[in-house]
Write a protein that binds this ligand. Structure first.
Ligand code: KIV
Ligand code: ZN
Length: 526
């Protein structure tokens, strides 16, 4: 009998913690709808206590998306209450509470004496905190997951005690994260087998694993744990996540599917939705997929050498262990053009996984016709980027109204920009080392802002000389980074838009911070 593996998707929580990723609320809801279509078992929608924007995103997903929705919280009452409040509208919900268990983390994060003077005392405090957190979370919902952060480097004796306490308090899932991606598959598998043997009440909970990819072993470690008793895997689309990322959903799911003969496991995932989900996440987060990425990379199903092509023509199975159709790679490229109507556009977008209301359709139709006027053929990837760039964007403080560049060999690059900030019109000019630098300087002068550009990239969305250019930028202010994205057939214009979006997000963050501190002052005064 084949056994079901629970797929817990954390693209919107751990995935969103990827350096360079940034999703607004609308994009998160749209991705959550697509994850539900993909048929994941649990969607971890965010970390509600961390900001009002995170709280709202989890709350909106809980309202709209038909799936089991999880929210993360540290092991304290304030965090757990925020998670429970944000999940209120969900039909199926899970509170996911965690605390650190390795000595590295205990000595680093719990160094204060209030947690105890010695490591033994601190461990005792954390054990009690874990129990209390689960027991408190249980007062809001039955489905409670407990994670022992850095379990990969936690002493097995102590880990067993903490897991036993969490289950005794009512945890229905116990998660064993390899937070730093440190372990080897044989070692991690053994850890799971030992927990299964040692923890007296282990059969009262599902064992989950959450593997990071610092040594490129996240998927291998996850599979080794399934072979040793784990029945839930935590993963992300395209493997995005903290640092080198998390176990990639598509790799895990397809490994289990292609090698079902070996494992005898199955998942509920509709694998034909993998390709669209991967493309949507990449377009919205701005994190590109490497060409040779397993399952969803551009090269995953291309056969280059003559010998391989010849073999494929004779029998596909010579070099293909799964067909592109199984993961939803389209057989033929569908192209829309200037004459495609609103109806054709809507139905193409629906095939790509987007659910649109009338207002959103009007917005995308306008951008589509503008693009189709400049570019004869509009491809799926163009549409995905337009969706991220226009339809799901929040209204921004700064709008690029006009841009003019003068540049050339032996001339000084100069830019003139006109920006609308609400009713206010700002016009400014500047020179620079190149046209992009000149534009950024003009924007900074006009808005009287100076920002450190941490990274800046331009790529073409599809091939050909009329291709859309996508500019991605990350700026830094104190210890916080803000991303921006711009799309245009003119890469200088795309760069200016990306920069303005990053500045908008920085302003939004600073305004939110100021409001929070004002309301705290007010509360203190009362
Ligand atoms: O990597 C980790 O340990 C986590 C936990 C919060 C589950 O993301
Ligand atoms: Zn993680």
């Amino acid at each position: 009998m084949s056994e079901k593996i629970i797929v817990f998707d954390t693209t919107l929580r751990d995935g969103e913690q990827s350096p360079g990723a940034s999703l607004n609320e609308h994009e998160k809801v749209e991705i959550a709808h697509q994850l539900a279509r993909l048929s994941v078992d649990v969607i971890e929608a965010g970390f509600p206590i961390s900001s009002p924007a995170q709280f709202n995103a989890v709350n909106n997903i809980a309202k709209e998306v038909n799936c089991n929705i999880a929210a993360l919280s540290r092991a304290n009452e304030k965090d757990i209450k925020a998670a429970a409040d944000s999940l209120m509208p969900a039909k199926r919900k899970r509170i996911h509470t965690f605390t650190s268990t390795s000595d590295y983390h205990i000595l680093g994060k719990f160094s204060h004496e209030r947690y105890g003077g010695t490591i033994q005392e601190k461990r005792k405090t954390i054990l009690q905190m874990s129990y209390d957190a689960v027991a408190y979370a249980k007062t809001f919902c039955n489905d409670v997951e407990f994670s022992a952060e850095d379990a990969g480097r936690t002493d097995i004796g102590y880990l067993s005690e903490v897991i036993e306490a969490a289950i005794a308090a009512g945890a229905t899932t116990v998660n064993i994260p390899d937070t730093t991606g440190y372990t080897m598959p044989s070692e991690f598998g053994k850890k799971i087998a030992t927990l299964k043997r040692r923890v007296a009440n282990i059969d009262n909970a599902i064992i989950s694993v959450h593997c990071h990819n610092d040594l490129g072993l996240a998927v291998a470690n996850s599979i080794a744990s399934l072979e040793n008793g784990a029945r839930q895997v935590e993963c992300t689309i395209n493997g995005i996540g903290e640092r080198a990322g998390n176990a990639s959903l598509e790799e895990l799911v397809m490994a289990l599917k292609v090698r079902e003969d070996l494992f005898n496991f199955y998942t509920g995932i509709r694998s034909e939705e993998i390709y669209n989900t991967s493309k949507m996440v990449s377009a919205f987060t701005g994190i590109m997929i490497q060409r040779n990425k397993a399952i969803v990379g551009e090269n995953a199903f291309s056969h280059e050498s003559g010998i391989h092509q010849d073999g494929m023509l004779k029998n596909r199975e010579t070099y293909e262990i799964m067909t592109p159709e199984t993961v939803g790679v389209p057989k033929t490229k569908i192209v829309l053009g200037r004459h495609s109507g609103r109806h054709g556009l809507k139905s193409r977008l629906e095939k790509l996984g987007y659910t649109l209301d009338d207002e959103e359709l009007n917005k995308i139709y306008e951008s589509f016709t503008e693009l189709a006027d400049k570019k004869k053929e509009v491809f799926d990837d163009d549409l995905r980027v337009l969706m991220g760039d226009n339809v799901f964007q929040e209204d921004e403080f700064f709008e690029l109204d006009y841009i003019q560049i003068s540049t050339g060999t032996n001339s000084i690059p100069t830019a003139v920009v006109r920006i609308k900030e609400g009713e206010k019109i700002i016009e400014e000019s500047s020179t620079g080392d190149g046209p992009v630098d000149a534009v950024f300087n003009a924007i900074e002068r006009g808005l009287n802002i100076k920002s450190e550009v941490e990274s800046y990239q331009v790529r073409s969305v599809t091939s050909g000389r009329q291709a859309l250019g996508e500019a991605l930028i990350r700026i830094r202010s104190n210890d916080k980074s803000f991303n921006g994205r711009g799309v245009s057939t003119d890469i200088i214009e795309a760069s200016a838009e990306a920069y303005l979006q990053a500045l908008h997000r920085k302003k939004l963050f600073l305004d939110e911070k100021e409001n929070i501190s004002k309301s705290k002052k007010l509360q203190n005064a009362v």
